[in-house]
Design a protein around this ligand. Structure first.
Ligand code: ZN
Ligand code: ZN
Ligand code: FE
Length: 730
């Protein structure tokens, strides 16, 4: 058949192609070619049928690739000949709800510039309307009940469009054609309080809970000492830094040093929180991020935030409304648990179906690192370097929980769920499993979980599934990076984190694993030490340090004078010594996170932590790049003995010298073990959130491989677990 002969073709497009204005884009494009045919959404993406010549078809597809709408992400376009059909004009047809649902859910994104312009245009009918949105911006994931992404499948279903909105919605040439969250003063969601008034209250020092995209924020004036302190006292959060939302880049650069890459992140359509180096001035209350020269800033991403900041004319603390490390509150009932923390609530009537925290990113040595993957980025999709044989459900770890489902070559990772320490968070965890299964019409054939028998995720697996498989925590950390970076060869994995259940029942966390997709060998690890008081040692660095002093000096440690021993009474020291000697509630650990804690205690930087990672953050502050010396370590039969380093550290006169040499020593440890194995080096685990450590490793080993789009902490575990399922023998 000649290529000039008209034929009926079907074009199938996969990727993020729903809820991003793809069908109207195709419609308009078809008009320019005067094509006849149709376009529709189905469970796996967008489907086009048309009648044309092969030559035109190729041009048309080329145009689709190059001119696709800004928020879309085409993964694959394929076409095939189908039985001849007669079309009249070009039409957009109703969604087909059958078939496998594999299309990617579009994430929630920030307000676009066109909507922002309309928002502040007194002649626009949506002037100052706090829910203005269009096809190119606004909520998606947070309002979706199921795919395909159509209004009746979202929490907008209950709002009946007015005539004016309906006209825009139905006009393929309009910017709001099929913009599912479309609405206006006459027909859309409404805010429970006037933003003018809210701004006044905040200026007066009030703490206001404001419903946003994926949940409520607790908001207060970031320049007001007593307001921020009040929030700290009420939230029982003494020192953990708060994120601050600012009107624009100009405001942001008054508060922090921002390079081009960081500016791009701040301004991106995902609008994450970006960790930045604080500028030395007193524009912000010193209580926002005490003792730390870093600040998490983000720009407004909804019309509500924009309007509020416009009235406030100052930066505001905007922290997730939740009980520490629990899931974000998404409805007024869950918010009630926080009663007494906020003074006022600004509510709205667009239901949040899927909760979603703010994402957190940082830039280290020119590399973007994802610390919390949530709004704007979630649900994440990762393409595997191989096809999964079965449908896999991975339940993740226990802290910074995320879950994942895997099918074919695809892994869908849930947003950050939180720590599974309360009934509420476990319920939310179960809800996330349900959501992913419903949205993707997914039934698991293999269930995987962490090896730790006491993790809530493990208990959930045991309770809900007949058969499930356990994956060693640190192996999962490394597998996650391998999957994200599509690495199929053998690697040397360095997993440094707080704790993870080891094969021998002890708590691992300073691990060197030679591994591939089939298994791993633990080749080196920190020499285990006792955690005085078990879990208590996780929050009290002084306990870890005291244990190391016992290792070094035995009973003589009781009479030593240093920041660690000084943090205990004589009696306490003796009690701990007896426990240490007899091994009472003193589990063994090889955790690098705990070693960081010990160093923070021995140097007097931190004895008791009020939030996870505090010791590492405080140590970062003391690092001096001018100091290049390090301590020596001893490698013996797979164990890394660091006690000599502890002894030398104690003798150090200057704080920053000891801390800097410690960092250098850890980097050298990685370099040394890497030199033994001629393998690609992969690093992962929560300790690598430390930007000083990560920066130094990148400097010393430029080819080091690490996660950039998935968090290095336990938020990345579920992805690694999916990959593990591949090696499960059935
Ligand atoms: Zn818009
Ligand atoms: Zn309307
Ligand atoms: Fe971990």
């Amino acid at each position: 058949m000649s290529s000039l002969e008209p034929t009926t073709y079907k074009i199938e497009i996969t990727g993020t192609v729903q809820g991003v204005g793809f069908r109207p884009f195709i419609y308009k494009l078809a008009q320019t070619y005067a094509l006849e045919g149709s376009v529709s959404n189905d469970g796996s993406g967008v489907e086009i049928e048309l009648c044309t010549t092969h030559a035109v078809l190729e041009l048309f597809i080329e145009d689709i690739k190059t001119k696709a709408p800004p928020l879309s992400e085409i993964r694959e376009i394929c076409f095939s000949k189908i039985a001849p059909k007669i079309f009249r004009g070009f039409s957009i047809i109703q969604s087909d709800e059958s078939g496998l649902k594999t299309t990617l859910i579009p994430p929630d994104i920030s307000i676009c510039s066109a909507c922002e312009a309309e928002l502040f245009d007194p002649h626009n009918r949506r002037y100052l309307y706090p829910f203005i949105t269009c096809t190119n911006c606004g909520v998606r994931y947070s309002i979706i009940k199921t795919l395909p992404y159509d209004r009746q499948h979202t929490s907008m279903a209950k709002f009946r469009m007015c005539k004016a909105c309906e006209k825009e919605y139905k006009d393929p040439m309009d910017r709001r054609y099929h913009a599912q969250p479309i609405g206006c003063y006459a027909c859309g969601p409404t805010l429970s309080m006037d933003l003018e008034k809210v701004a006044l209250l905040i200026k007066e020092g009030a703490i206001v809970a404001i419903k946003g995209v994926g949940g409520y924020h607790l908001v207060c004036d970031a320049t007001n000492d007593s307001a921020v302190l009040k929030l700290r006292t009420r939230k029982k959060r003494p020192t953990k830094p708060y994120a601050v939302m600012v009107r624009d880049i100009d405001e942001a650069s008054k508060l922090a040093h921002i390079n081009a890459q960081e500016q791009k992140l701040l301004n991106s359509k995902e609008r994450p929180i970006v960790l930045l180096k604080t500028k030395e001035n007193d524009l912000l209350s010193k209580h926002v991020a005490p003792h730390i020269t870093k600040i998490g800033l983000f720009l407004p991403y909804t019309p509500i935030h924009l309007l509020l900041l416009e009235r406030l004319q100052r930066p505001m603390v905007a922290t997730s409304a939740n009980i520490t490390d629990e899931p974000i509150c998404t409805d007024i009932e869950s918010l009630e648990k926080l009663e007494g923390i906020y003074d006022y609530v600004v509510d709205h009537d667009r239901e949040i179906i899927n909760g979603c925290d703010d994402s957190v990113l940082t830039v280290v040595a020119g590399q973007t690192l994802m610390l919390r993957r949530a709004r704007g980025f979630a649900p994440a999709s990762v393409k595997l370097p191989f096809s999964l044989q079965k449908n896999v459900l991975a339940l993740g770890a226990n802290q910074k929980s995320t879950i994942a489902i895997g099918f074919d070559k695809e892994v869908i990772l849930s947003p950050h769920i939180g720590d599974l320490d309360t009934l509420g968070s476990v319920r939310y965890f179960a809800q996330n499993i349900e959501t992913l299964q419903r949205v993707y019409d997914f039934t698991p054939e293999v269930v995987v979980h962490d090896k730790h028998p006491d993790y809530e995720s493990t208990k959930y697996a045991k309770m809900h599934y007949q058969k499930s498989y356990a994956v060693q925590h640190h192996y999962a950390h490394i597998l996650g990076v391998m999957a994200e970076k599509q690495i199929t060869e053998k690697v040397l994995g360095v997993a440094f984190d707080g704790t993870g259940y080891g094969d021998d029942g002890t708590l691992w966390g300073g691990e060197f694993l030679v591994c591939d997709y089939l298994g791993y060998e633990r080749v080196f690890h920190l020499k285990p030490f006792k955690l005085l008081g078990g879990a208590k040692a996780i929050k009290e660095p002084k306990r870890v340090a005291l244990s190391l002093l016992f290792d070094l000096y035995g009973k003589e440690a009781l009479t030593l004078k240093n920041p660690t021993t000084n943090a205990f009474s004589q009696v306490e020291r003796k009690v701990h010594f007896v426990a240490w000697q007899k091994g009472l509630n003193t589990p063994l650990s090889s955790s690098m996170g705990r070693l960081f804690d010990a160093v923070a205690s021995l140097t007097g930087v931190c004895q008791t932590m009020s939030f996870e990672g505090e010791s590492g953050m405080l140590l970062e502050e003391l690092y001096d790049p001018e100091i290049t010396q390090r301590y020596s370590l001893h490698y013996q039969e797979g164990e890394i003995d660091f006690l000599e380093m502890i002894e030398a550290l104690l003798a150090e006169k200057e704080l920053h010298v000891g801390v800097s040499k410690f960092f250098n020593t850890i980097v050298e440890m990685i370099v040394h073990v890497a030199s033994v194995y001629d393998l690609p080096l992969v690093v992962s685990g929560g300790v690598f959130q430390n930007s000083v450590l990560m920066g130094l490793v990148m400097q010393r080993v430029p080819q080091v491989i690490f996660s950039t789009t998935i968090p290095p902490n336990d938020g990345g575990i579920a992805l690694g677990q999916v990959v593990f399922a591949q090696s499960v023998k059935r």
